[in-house]
Design a protein around this ligand. Structure first.
Ligand SMILES: [Cu+2]
Length: 665
C-alpha cells in the first residue's frame, strides 16, 4: 500500500481508551446552544391529545431481543414487538403456538440480541410491507408483518458466528444481506484457536426475502477470516452490489482492542450478487451439508411450525471471478452506508480521523482497468486512490454511521466525541455539528437509507444517559434524541428513553402503514386444531395424561368456567379462543400456579394454548388478565384437581364433548 498518511488515524489502544474514559466521566448535562428556543422545541414535538405522529420509528431493542415501535416526533412508545426473546406479557415464546419461532439447531432459544431493523423496499423506497431484523448472538433473521406488528418468520443462518452485519434489504427486497461478525471454523470443527489464520473463515450471506414464509439462504460467499461488521446493498447504479466492512484484517484472536488495531487500512468488501446468482445458475456453487431452522407462522392455524434445512449453497471467490473486490478503508471501519444516488460508499473508520468516501463509478473503472495493488487470498484489492471520491476532514473522533437527507448531505454519528456531524457531497466539508448526550452509536433520518429520504429529523441513538433522566438505580435507560434538520443547523428538540439498547432504527411515513392494520382475526377462518368458534364447540377430553379443554372467551365470561376431572400428574392444555370480532378487544388468560408458561393474551378471533401442570390437589382459579369490560372482575373460573390416582369424571360447566380432533388422540 502506498505510504498511508498517519494523520488519518487515531492512535490505537490506550489513547482511544483514554478518550472514551474522558467521555464517560462527563459531568452534568449542559444546556446545548444548539437547542431550539424554549418556545419552539415543544411545539415541534408536541402531538396533541387525539392526534397522531407523522412517522413510525422501529428501534431495535438490542439485548432485549425485541423491537420497539415509537411515534415521531413525539417519541411515544406505541408497542414492543416480541421477536427473538420470550415475552411474558403476551405469552410469546412460551405457548405452543409461538415457541417454534424461537427454534434453532441448538433447540429453542429464549433470548437474542437484535441490532438492525430494515424496512422492505420497492424500487429503493420503503413500501411498508415488512420489517426485517437480525439476531446477533445465534445468527438468525426475522420478518415482521407490518399489518399485524407480529413476527411471522425466522430463519437461522448457518456457517456464521455473530450475525451483526445484517439484515439490510436490497432495493426490491430481493435479498436481505448478512455477514459474519466473528470468523469461525467453517464448517465448524474442533481446532486450536491459535490456528485462526489457517482454519477460520467468514461468510457473506444472501437470503431470499421477497415472499413471506419463504426466506431461504440463496447462497453464501466464503471469504477470508476477518471480522465482517456491517453491510449495505447498493441502489440505483450500484444496485446488484452489496458492501461490507471488515476489521481485524490482522486476524487476531486475542486482545483484539490492541491486536486488531494495528493495520492502517482494513477493507470494505464490494460483492456483486448478480455475478454470484449467475455463478450459482452455472453450477459453480457447492452444496454443503448444514443444519439450520426455518420457522413460519400460519395466520389461519394461529400457529408457528419449524423445519430443519440440511444443505446450503456455498460459493468460493476463486470459483466466481468478479464476485468480490476489496476497497482499502481506514481504519477498523465500522459502518458502511450508500448515499441516495447510489454513487457514494461511505465508510465509518472508528479509529480514523477522516470519513472515507468511495466512488462507485470510480470503482467500476478501476475494476475494468485492473487497478489493483495486490490480492488477498485471491481477492483483488483496488488501489485506494483509484476508488476514493474524497475524505471528510475533521469529522470528530470515532465516526461510525451515516444517514442521508434529501439535499445531498450526510449525517455522521461520532462515538468518541459524542456528536452528529453534518457534511455534504458537494465538497466533503463539515457544515455543522451538534453534541449528543452521550455516546451515539447509530442514527436515523426517516427514509434515510432510501433513494429519497424524507429528511426533516435525525435521531441519535445513545448508549449512555447519565444525568439526562431521573436516576433509576445502577441501571439507567438508554435513549434517543430527536434533532430538527430542516434548516442549515441541526437543532435538538427532544430526549426520550427507549427499551433495551436502541441499536439502530428506521422510520417510515405512517401513511404507508396505519390504514392497512389487521383489526381482528376472522373466526370463520380460524383453523387452529383446537378452535372453538362458539360456546357450543367447547368441551373437555382426556388423552392419556393430557387433558384438553376447548374454551372460549367473550365479554365477560369463559366457557366453560368450571372444570373437574383433573388429577395431579396430568398436564392440562387450556385452548382458549377469543370470540370477539372487533378491534382492540383482547382477553387474557392465566391460571394459578402456572410454573411453566406465562399468561395468554388473545387477540380477537385468535386461539392460544396455556399448558398448566398442577402440583397439588385443590381447586384453583383462572381469570381474564386484560381489563375488558365493566364485569371484567367477574370473568373468572375454577379448575378442580384431585390427588393422583383418584378418578373424578371429566365434566365442565358447558356440555362435555370430545375436544381432541379425530386422529390426534
Ligand atoms: Cu376479559
Amino acid at each position: 500500500m502506498s505510504s498511508p498518511r498517519r494523520s488519518r488515524f487515531v492512535a490505537a489502544g490506550t489513547g482511544v481508551l483514554a478518550l472514551v474514559g474522558y467521555l464517560y466521566a462527563c459531568g452534568p448535562a449542559k444546556t446545548s446552544s444548539s437547542m431550539v428556543g424554549a418556545t419552539d422545541a415543544p411545539s415541534r414535538v408536541y402531538v396533541a391529545p387525539g392526534t397522531q405522529d407523522e412517522f413510525y420509528a422501529f428501534m431495535s431493542g438490542g439485548f432485549s431481543g425485541q423491537v420497539g415501535v415509537y411515534g415521531l416526533p413525539s417519541g411515544r412508545l406505541l408497542k414492543v414487538i416480541p421477536v427473538f426473546s420470550q415475552n411474558a406479557e403476551n405469552g410469546y415464546g412460551y405457548n405452543a403456538e409461538t415457541r417454534p419461532l424461537l427454534n434453532t439447531s441448538f433447540g429453542e432459544i429464549p433470548w437474542d440480541d437484535t441490532h438492525h431493523p430494515s424496512l422492505s423496499q420497492t424500487d429503493g423506497m420503503h413500501d411498508g410491507r415488512w420489517l426485517f431484523i437480525n439476531a446477533n448472538n445465534t445468527p438468525r433473521f426475522a420478518r415482521i408483518d407490518l399489518t399485524k406488528f407480529e413476527t411471522i418468520e425466522t430463519l437461522e443462518v448457518p456457517n456464521t458466528g455473530g450475525n451483526h452485519g445484517s439484515p439490510f434489504v436490497t432495493e426490491n427486497t430481493e435479498y436481505v444481506i448478512g455477514a459474519t461478525r466473528f470468523s469461525v471454523p467453517i464448517p465448524q470443527k474442533d481446532v486450536a484457536i491459535t490456528s485462526f489464520a489457517e482454519n477460520f473463515k467468514g461468510t457473506i450471506s444472501f437470503v431470499k426475502a421477497d415472499e413471506a414464509g419463504k426466506m431461504d439462504v440463496a447462497f453464501q460467499l466464503l471469504v477470508p477470516g476477518f471480522d465482517y461488521d456491517l453491510g449495505r446493498p447498493g441502489k440505483g447504479p450500484s444496485h446488484g452490489w452489496a458492501f461490507f466492512t471488515s476489521y481485524n484484517t490482522e486476524q487476531a484472536y486475542t486482545k483484539l482492542e490492541v491486536n486488531a488495531s494495528k493495520n492502517d487500512y482494513d477493507y470494505i468488501a464490494a460483492v456483486n450478487w448478480k455475478t454470484l446468482e449467475a455463478c450459482k445458475a452455472a453450477g459453480k456453487s457447492k452444496a454443503w451439508a448444514a443444519n439450520y431452522a426455518h420457522n413460519t407462522y400460519d395466520d389461519n392455524r394461529h400457529m408457528a411450525s419449524s423445519e430443519m434445512k440440511k444443505s446450503v449453497a456455498v460459493i468460493l471467490p476463486a470459483d466466481c471471478p468478479g464476485s468480490i473486490y476489496y476497497l482499502p478503508t481506514p481504519k477498523s471501519p465500522h459502518g458502511v452506508d450508500i448515499d441516495p444516488t447510489g454513487e457514494y460508499i461511505v465508510g465509518g473508520g472508528k479509529l480514523a480521523t477522516v470519513i472515507p468516501v468511495h466512488s462507485f463509478s470510480k470503482m467500476m473503472k478501476a475494476i475494468e482497468a485492473k487497478a489493483f495493488e495486490k490480492e488477498v487470498e485471491g481477492i483483488p484489492v483496488i488501489k485506494y486512490d483509484q476508488v476514493m471520491a474524497g475524505e471528510v476532514q475533521n469529522p470528530g473522533l470515532g465516526p461510525l454511521h451515516n444517514e442521508f437527507d434529501d439535499k445531498g448531505c450526510a449525517y455522521t454519528s461520532v462515538f468518541i466525541t459524542s456528536e452528529i456531524v453534518k457534511w455534504c457531497f458537494s465538497d466533503f466539508k463539515v457544515v455543522d455539528r451538534v453534541p449528543t448526550y452521550y455516546s451515539i452509536g447509530h442514527l436515523l433520518v426517516p427514509g434515510g437509507d432510501t433513494k429519497k429520504p424524507y429528511g426533516k429529523y435525525v435521531v441519535a441513538m445513545n448508549k449512555i444517559t447519565k444525568d439526562r433522566f431521573l436516576g433509576t438505580g445502577p441501571e439507567l435507560t438508554q435513549s434517543a434524541q430527536l434533532y430538527d434538520i430542516t434548516g442549515a443547523k441541526m437543532k435538538l428538540l427532544l430526549d426520550f428513553p427507549t427499551i433495551g439498547e436502541p441499536h439502530y432504527a428506521q422510520a417510515i411515513d405512517a401513511k404507508l402503514i396505519k390504514d392497512k392494520q389487521v383489526k381482528f382475526f376472522k373466526l370463520a377462518e380460524n383453523t387452529h386444531p383446537y378452535v372453538a368458534r362458539s360456546e357450543s364447540e367447547t368441551g373437555i377430553a382426556r388423552s392419556g395424561k393430557n387433558v384438553h379443554i376447548k374454551m372460549t372467551a367473550i365479554r365477560s365470561h369463559f366457557a366453560p368456567d368450571m372444570v373437574e376431572g383433573v388429577q395431579v400428574g396430568d398436564t392440562v392444555l387450556f385452548h382458549v379462543t377469543n370470540l370477539e370480532q372487533d378491534w382492540d378487544v383482547p382477553h387474557g388468560f392465566a391460571a394459578m400456579g402456572s410454573w411453566s408458561d406465562a399468561e395468554l393474551l388473545l387477540m380477537p378471533g385468535q386461539t392460544r394454548t396455556l399448558k398448566w401442570v398442577p402440583k397439588y390437589p385443590g381447586v384453583y382459579p383462572f381469570y381474564c388478565t386484560d381489563f375488558c369490560s365493566a364485569l371484567h372482575q367477574e370473568m373468572q373460573g375454577y379448575v378442580r384437581v384431585a390427588p393422583s390416582g383418584r378418578a373424578v369424571a371429566l365434566q365442565t360447566s358447558t356440555k362435555a364433548r370430545p375436544a381432541v380432533p379425530a386422529g390426534e388422540q
